[in-house]
Design a protein around this ligand. Structure first.
Ligand code: ADP
Ligand code: MG
Ligand code: ZN
Length: 486
């Protein structure tokens, strides 16, 4: 039986978090919480005779993404009208970019679960405007339309057909989402529909490299829908070809409830849209100096951070990836290292102790009073033996809660470690004397009881004894008992 290989190209639409819309001064508002039709004007409502103006900030945001994806920014841009009728599109056309997009020819490296890295080509990145939003009433009484979203700046990122499985598509799409968040271009709020996927899918006998007829699955609005839609479509096409059938080029929809694709339109060509240059907008010239400025202002991106954390700081790939996942976390970590923290020690404390405190309290780093420098001064108290690790965890929890400094907490709660050798030696002697049965077993060869003795001493000092010193003193005194029993 022929084994079929999936061939997938993704189109990702992302709303851009600018203050105002793509071609008018209306605010970009929250698509779920803002009252419907509260951020609209004659331009985004498509009134005749209204003139659009290009939002410079939206162009800059699009450039950031295109540059992060290693694309070439085209100096000569033209907006085009993509004509079609739909109730959420009051003008009867969407202003987009067609023949002359903002950027072309980039790539993004993705790392698969097995650790393998693959380079996915980016065909183009262009700007357009979003449509309004339709809500179909459950009772069949009609549909409601909200034009708040009409004219919101939208970015479209089109990949080459380089993806070979739903899993790869998922990794690629997740990485694009992460990048958009890093660049401050999009919130990544999938539930609010600010990122949407369309998957172009075909199959071919494994080992061949032709591009066969594809179908395009629209309205994939979650990662689950993306992988579900692709898997379903790959299986459908492979079964159809295996049975001697042919694939018809079509636009499909994804039914999330039934988890299957449904045909919406058979074949859809560019001619159907009658694209032509938007006569109300001048060509957009992008000065290479502006491109250079935007490129220079890009933040350090996740891959670069991961590389720096692993080869520079010696963190494991796993830890480096966790720290670089979200920009605020990575920047918090960077600030702690910049404040003099040991990179490995800070990483351990953030990933193991701080993250679990945040998870317990369902808080994010930005919501707590603990500063990166605050964590570093706590670790300094551990490193100079003022407090031991366990006490430090308690102090950390207090710092997260109260915002007080580590020093103040240790002082106020009397948590400083007992490192007074004479006092500890006295205590060790006392504990040995008070527990003759355990001592006898120890002397009879049950050496693991040393740990039990340490525990008793820690208990007596409410955890404040310097554990290294306790162990040393205990070893000395037990050894003495062995050679010269009292
Ligand atoms: P359009 O949707 O305007 O026709 P393109 O032809 O540029 O756009 O392709 C759109 C997407 O389809 C791209 O992501 C591209 O990689 C993908 N694609 C093109 N041909 C195939 C194919 N044979 N199989 C799977 N994906 C494909
Ligand atoms: Mg398409
Ligand atoms: Zn408007």
């Amino acid at each position: 039986m022929t084994h079929y290989e999936p061939v997938i190209g993704l189109e990702i639409h992302a709303e851009m978090l600018t203050d105002s819309k793509m071609f008018c001064g209306c605010h970009v508002v929250d698509s779920v919480n803002a009252p419907p039709n509260s951020a609209v004007c004659p331009v985004c409502l498509g009134m005749p005779g209204m003139l659009p103006v290009i939002n410079r900030r939206a162009v800059e945001f699009a450039m950031r993404v295109a540059l992060a994806l290693h694309c070439t920014i085209q100096p000569h841009n033209v907006f085009a009208r993509k004509n079609y009728f739909y109730p959420d599109l009051p003008k009867g056309y969407q202003v987009s970019q067609y023949e002359l997009p903002l950027a072309t020819n980039g790539w993004l490296d993705i790392t698969l679960a097995a650790g393998e890295t693959r380079r996915i080509g980016i065909r183009r990145v262009h700007m357009e405007e979003d449509t309004g939003k339709l809500t179909h009433l459950d009772n069949g009484d009609g549909s409601l339309v909200d034009y708040n979203r009409s004219g919101v700046p939208l970015l479209e990122i089109v990949s080459e057909p380089d993806l070979r499985s739903a899993e790869e598509a998922n990794v690629y799409a997740s990485k694009i989402r992460q990048l958009l968040r890093y660049l401050g271009v999009n919130s990544g709020d999938m539930e609010k529909g600010v990122i949407r996927f369309e998957a172009n899918v075909s199959v071919r006998p494994a080992g061949t490299n032709q591009l066969n007829t594809r179908t395009e699955i629209k309205n994939l609005n979650s990662f689950r829908a993306l992988t579900g839609g692709i898997d379903y479509e790959v299986a459908r096409q492979a079964a159809l070809l295996a049975a001697g059938g042919t694939i018809q080029q079509a636009t499909l929809g994804w039914n999330e409830t039934r988890r299957e694709t449904v045909t919406q339109r058979i074949k859809e060509e560019a001619d159907d849209y009658r694209y032509f240059p938007e006569p109300d907008l001048p060509p957009l010239h992008i000065d290479p100096a502006w491109t250079a400025e935007v490129a220079a202002a890009l933040p350090e991106l996740p891959d670069a951070k991961i590389a720096r954390y692993s080869s520079g700081f010696g963190l494991s790939a796993y830890d480096a990836t966790l720290l670089a996942e979200d920009r605020p976390v990575a920047e918090w970590y960077d600030a702690a290292v910049a404040a003099g923290g040991d990179a490995k020690q800070v990483a351990n404390w953030v990933l193991n102790n701080l993250f679990s405190l945040l998870n317990e309290q369902k808080l994010s780093l930005e919501q707590i009073p603990l500063t990166p420098a605050g964590l570093v001064s706590l670790l300094a108290l551990v490193n100079n033996n003022t407090i031991n690790n366990n006490t430090a965890k308690e102090v950390l929890a207090d710092m997260v809660r109260s915002g007080r400094s580590a020093e103040a907490i240790v002082q106020a709660r009397g948590l400083a470690q007992i490192s007074d050798e004479a006092a500890l030696a006295q205590l060790v002697r006392q504990v040995i004397r008070d527990n003759p049965t355990q001592l006898a077993s120890y002397l009879a060869g049950k050496e693991q009881l040393q740990g039990w003795f340490v525990g008793q001493i820690m208990k007596a000092t409410r955890g404040k004894a310097n554990p290294a010193l306790v162990n040393e003193l205990l070893s000395q005194q037990l050894a003495a008992r062995k050679s010269a029993p009292e």
